[in-house]
Design a protein around this ligand. Structure first.
Ligand SMILES: [Zn+2]
Length: 207
């Protein structure tokens, strides 16, 4: 039987201390962890919140991703790609459907295109100089409108491997914006060549 929310909480705090702090384990013990275990402690585990609060944009009429459907560096009829500014890794891009869908209600045709687009975006990001790998994330706890993250890992920074990358990104100083902007344009142009679509929201040349 699956654990109910209260049972899951009881199951977890059974191994926590008197302040409901879980022990440090696994990822914090990896040698690529951004944090050394000494002096590090886990936040107290909070009880479940039920029902869960609504996410941003549950109502499409109040959804920023729908409002911004014409903003980005690459577009086709169904998708748009955006560069996220102010990050520490060389490049972070975000892919959104232009219409209001979450991942679980994406029509099959768009779901199939998401596979192709994700593969091509990764390929074009990894073709950039000094980008070793592009990682793909989909969370969706903050916004109801599907948004898929693409994070570029800088070449040679083997300490930034894997799932800690987003935390390292938050710790690093901002990567030079003019370099990231130029790299994003290279990816967008390569995507026009490999997948079609265009650099402006309507397909008209930019004024
Ligand atoms: Zn939306």
């Amino acid at each position: 039987m699956a654990l109910r929310p209260d049972e899951f909480y009881d199951h977890a705090v059974a191994v926590a201390d008197s302040e409901r702090r879980l022990p440090l384990a696994r990822m914090t013990g990896w040698d690529i962890s951004p944090f050394e275990p000494d002096g590090l402690r886990v936040a107290p585990l909070r009880p479940p919140v039920l029902p869960e609060p609504p996410r941003h944009g549950e109502d499409p009429s109040d959804c920023n991703a729908c409002r911004d459907r014409d903003e980005g560096i690459w577009f086709n009829d169904h998708w748009r790609l955006v560069r996220i500014a102010g990050v520490g890794v060389p490049l972070v891009l975000m892919l959104h459907p232009r219409d209001h869908y979450d991942m679980a209600d994406l029509p099959d045709e768009l779901a199939a295109e998401l596979g192709l687009l994700s593969t091509r975006i990764v390929r074009h990001m990894q073709a950039l100089p000094h980008v070793a790998r592009a990682h793909v994330y989909r969370f969706g706890d903050g916004g109801a409108h599907l948004h898929v993250w693409f994070f570029a890992r800088p070449e040679g920074q083997a300490q930034l491997y894997g799932s800690w990358l987003v935390v390292w990104d938050d710790l690093l100083p901002e990567y030079p914006a003019e370099v990231a902007e130029a790299d994003a344009e290279v990816v967008a142009d390569a995507l026009v060549a490999s997948h079609g679509g265009h650099r402006s929201p309507t397909g008209e040349p930019a004024a």
